[in-house]
Every structure is written in structure tokens, then in C-alpha cells.
Design a protein around this ligand. Sequence first.
Ligand code: S3P
Length: 213
Amino acid sequence: MTPSSRVQRPRLESGGTNSPRKKAIRPVPRQRTSTVFLVGFMGAGKTTVGRALAAQLGWRFVDLDDHIEARQKRSIAEIFRESGEIEFRRAEATELRNLLAGLPVTGAAVVALGGGAFVQKENARLLKAASAPVIFLDAPVHELWQRTQQSDAQRPLVNAENQFRQLYEMRRQRYMKAEHRLETSGKTVEQVVGEITERLGLSGQPATGREVT
Ligand code: S3P
């Protein structure tokens, strides 16, 4: 156990009969956060940062899109192509509900949501009700675009750059409703992980490293 995660013991009052009654010092409560949600636009680094954060905390990493693909036995691109975006959003909302319902038994987790999940009002409402921290990973849109161009991931909503920019502008206000916003531009994955653990008061290990991609 690291010193910062240790619960402080209350100091015992030595008290003779004449000593004034002092208020007992309350122990600092143990950090109760056991799920962290990462949201943001495509290319924000949700999966990369999520994996690194989970590894550092010794928590499970969950990628909601992976759950959707496993349940549907087809890729996100196939779901979009064969059934359309509305069906994908329905599957995404169902998977988020299932995940939230299972969290008390599945244990501590870092969860990366697909870029459109937090934009859906009902999903945002569910996350708020779950009272787990939601972190918006942000970066300038030109950088997000570049990251998607350098990635092998098949993203059905990545077509022309101007459409990508428009979608980002439309969604940004929703992302801004997240409890925390972290700028990732020019930072290493480990720096971002460090900022998250610090912001949330979660104990972490020192790190070195590679840039958010
Ligand atoms: C989407 C983002 C994707 C994936 C799907 C839709 C979106 O996830 O969920 O293609 O609407 O922004 P990533 O943000 O991980 O690329």
C-alpha cells in the first residue's frame, strides 16, 4: 500500500477526567472511486490512455465498442454498414446499461466509451446516476483528425476532414458537460495518466513515455 492510499488513523485523545472533551479526529475516508469513464471524440486517445490507466491502477480495462462487437459478433464497421447508425446507437446504449449494472460485481474498471456514446443524452444521464468520474480527453480537432489518419482502426464516421470537423463542433458542448476535461495535446500517455490519477486522488506509479496517439 502506498502512503497516499493509507487510511489515516484517528489520533486517540488522552483524557483525564479534567481534560476538555475534544472532537475525535475523523479518519480520512478511503478513496471510493472504482470506475473511471473516458469520453471524447475519435482520436482522443481513450483506448490508449484507458489501457495505461487501468494497468497502472491494477484495474480492468473495458472498451465499450469491444463489448458491442463481441455481443453482436461483428465489427463496428459491419454494424454501421449492415444495420445503420441508429441500430449501432441502440446496441451501444444497451451495452452501457449492462456494463453499469454489472460493475458492482465485476470490480474496479477503467471504461473507454466510443466517441458518440456520451453525446447521447440518455447515456450521459446513466453515467451521472452512476456517480463515477467522467473524463473528457480533449485535443485540437486537427490533431484528432491526424491521429485517426495514422491509426489502423476502421471508423465508419471518419470520411472527409470537413465532416469530421463539423461533427466535432456539434459534439463538443456535450463533451464539455463531463466532470473533468483533460487536454492531451503534446503530452505522453503517461503524463495524461498521471494527471488523471492526481485529479481523482488515485494512487499511481511513476511513469515514462510515449505520446498520445
Ligand atoms: C464513434 C466512435 C467510435 C465508434 C463508432 C462511432 C462516434 O469509437 O464507437 O465508430 O460516433 O464517434 P472511437 O471514438 O473509439 O473511435
